[in-house]
Unconditional design. Sequence first.
Length: 180
Amino acid sequence: MTIAVLEAFSNLLCYPGDGRAVKVNDWIDQIRIAAPTVNQHLEGLRSYASDHEESDLEELFVRTFENNKERALELGWHLHGENYARGTFMARLRGLLRDLEIEETVELPDHVSHLLSIISRAEPGLAGALARSAVTPGLDKILEGFGEKENPYYGVILGLQAYVGEYFAKEETGSEAASR
C-alpha cells in the first residue's frame, strides 16, 4: 500500500471546495496507476467531475455525505453511535494523529480521511488492526446507506473498501507466512 493511494482516496472524500474539484482527475490517476484493480469504481466520479461545475460537485458531496447520517464519513459514528465509546475512540485517534505527526484538519478525528492517514503511516500491526476493526466495517455501513448505486461517490467508497480489503488481506497472509 502506498501512502499516495490512501491520500488520494482521502482527498476524494473531503469536501471538494476551494479549487479542490479540479484535482479530482489527478487523484483518480494516482489511484489508477498504483491500484488498477479499483479503476472501474472511480470512473463515475471522474466523469461527473469532468462534466459538471465545481459547485455541482460540492452539492453532490453535501447531499451524499453531510446531509445523510447513513453515509456520514465519521466512521466512529457508524461503529459506536453517539455514546461514550465513540468519544474514547476519537481520543485514541487524536493521540495517534499527534504521535504520527499527522496534521488534524477541521474534520473530527474519526473522519475517514484521518483514519486513512493513520493506517498509511502506522506500523503494520496497528494499521491492519485499525483497517479491520474500524475502516472496513465503517465503509460497510456507509455502503449500506446508499440507496442509489449510480451516485459517483458510491464507487469511491466501494473502491476504497476493495483497496483496503485487498491490501490488508495480502498483509495478513504475508504475516501468517512469516510466522511459520
